[in-house]
Design a protein around this ligand. Structure first.
Ligand SMILES: C[S@@+](CC[C@H](N)C(=O)[O-])C[C@H]1O[C@@H](n2cnc3c(N)ncnc32)[C@H](O)[C@@H]1O
Length: 447
């Protein structure tokens, strides 16, 4: 029997809420053959919409329900969330349809009582929408947390580091869908040629703002099914991440170590910049991820990447003093990726950050010995947490006086809203740069 788009969305959300699953992987798993673009679009809209607005939706349901949220069966609660999301956020769906579709799901998954419960709550919210949407709290942290559905600890940290207005803008932007970026594989094609091909297929394409090898695709549905993708003419990569290669800018023929390499987005870009000449040692702690690096390298026509499994927290004597360039694209809290993976807001815990900082520092401390004198270290993360970025790098530089940040002004042409290039690092934010939240520092080992 074919499931409706809303029922598929229910199954996906249930798995994410109950098992802490990743949104992109779970969506892929549940999309079945035969769904048309419109149904697939609705499933994605509901899943991402509910995840992005989860705290606000819960707030609205708890105002309407006499039963505490914790006491509502998780499937019924998810059905309610799908209904509320459509009532509040999707204008084109008539309220009666939003209510009826949720009631139909309740008929399938609940009993007489729960059907009445879902119907009553959704009708009440639909009739008094403005009243239910009001956020009646005085505290700024509580307000931002509910309105933009970010956990309080996150809002509190960001207000402390960046201020109220900045945090509100950032949280607002985190709930918008990001554009898709692709990176051109200059070993196989060039920007103009690829752009022309994509436009011929009907894609709307424009240049990215900061990364030379990146394009923005506005309507990317099923872009990875194109022959150009299969032939390795491009890879999906946010432009912030593409800037890592651009800023490292390794010379062809060099030896590069990439300690946390999977799935190889940055390693393959470095190979491209090196014109597929030299050597890149790509390592990762997870065996199953190594094959992803190899698959990407093969598709992109790269043969200078040598993969192996290793734990970067353990010192490897065979690497000491061999690297001209070293990339530490560290495991991090991922708080710069909330637009793409809204489940991060539910799954990440504040305690994780201290743990991650210890891990990052441990790896950095090994990495420093792998560089030759005069070698270049790039440290990057996809987070906006100062403790994982600038604070960590400052602590490292304080303890290792032979390392210095390098001016990177010549590496980025468009300097709009980036003021720290001279100081050797950049911190990008979704609401300012329209990229993932991302940190990159370039450091030289002077002696
Ligand atoms: C930010 S991701 C790397 C993304 C990759 N550089 C790219 O551009 O495609 C961080 C990677 O670190 C790996 N990792 C986590 N802990 C590690 C460790 N102790 N040693 C080596 N790799 C580790 C994870 O498996 C993950 O693939």
């Amino acid at each position: 029997m074919n499931l409706s788009a809303r029922e598929i969305a229910l199954n996906i959300l249930y798995e994410i809420f109950e098992n802490g699953a990743f949104s992109n992987i779970t969506i892929k798993k549940h999309l079945v053959e035969g769904l048309d673009h419109k149904e697939e679009g609705l499933i994605r809209e509901i899943v991402y919409g509910v995840l992005e607005n989860d705290i606000y939706i819960n707030y609205i349901i708890s105002k309407a329900s006499k039963i505490k949220l914790k006491k509502i069966h998780p499937v019924i609660l998810t059905i309610l969330k799908i209904g509320v999301y459509q009532l509040i956020f999707i204008d084109r769906i008539p309220p009666s349809a939003a209510v009826n579709e949720s009631v139909n799901l309740a008929k399938k998954h609940g009993h007489k009582g729960t059907i009445g419960f879902v119907n009553g709550i959704l009708r009440n919210i639909s009739r008094n929408k403005d009243e239910f949407m009001k956020i009646e709290v005085k505290d700024k942290i509580d307000y931002i947390s509910i309105k933009y559905s970010h956990p309080k600890w996150m809002v509190k940290r960001w207000i402390k580091d960046y201020g109220d207005e900045f945090t509100e803008e950032l949280c607002r932007k985190n709930n918008e869908s990001p554009e898709l970026n692709i990176r051109i594989n200059t070993l196989k094609t060039n920007k103009d040629e690829l752009k022309e091909r994509l436009v011929d297929y009907g894609f709307i394409v424009k240049d990215a703002n900061y990364a030379k090898d990146s394009l923005i695709v506005e309507n990317p549905i099923r872009i990875t099914e194109l022959p150009e993708f299969k032939k390795g003419h491009f890879i999906i990569q946010d432009e912030s991440s593409t800037l890592v290669g651009q800023i490292m800018d390794p010379i062809p023929g060099s030896t590069v170590i990439d300690l946390c390499s999977a799935p190889g987005g940055k390693a393959t870009h470095l190979a491209q910049i090196m014109n597929n000449k030299g050597k890149i040692l790509s390592r990762d702690i997870y065996e199953h991820k190594i094959s992803l690096i190899e698959e990407n390298a093969r598709r992109l026509g790269i043969n200078i990447i040598e993969t192996s499994m290793s734990d970067a927290t353990k010192r490897d004597e065979s690497l000491v003093n061999i690297a001209d360039y070293l990339l530490l694209d560290a495991p991090c809290s991922g708080l710069g990726l909330i637009r793409r993976k809204p489940e991060i807001k539910r799954n990440r815990r504040e305690e994780d950050i201290d743990e991650l900082v210890k891990l990052q520092y441990g790896i950095l401390n090994n990495a420093k010995d792998y560089l030759k004198i005069g070698g270049i270290l790039i440290y990057s993360t996809c987070t906006i947490e100062k403790d994982e970025n600038i604070n960590l790098i400052n602590k490292f530089l304080e303890k290792n006086k032979n390392f210095k940040l390098v001016n990177i002004e010549d590496k980025i042409n468009n300097k709009q809203d980036i003021t720290t290039l001279k100081s050797g690092y950049i911190q990008l934010f979704p609401h300012i740069h329209n990229t993932d939240g991302f940190y990159i520092a370039k450091i030289i080992k002077e002696r």
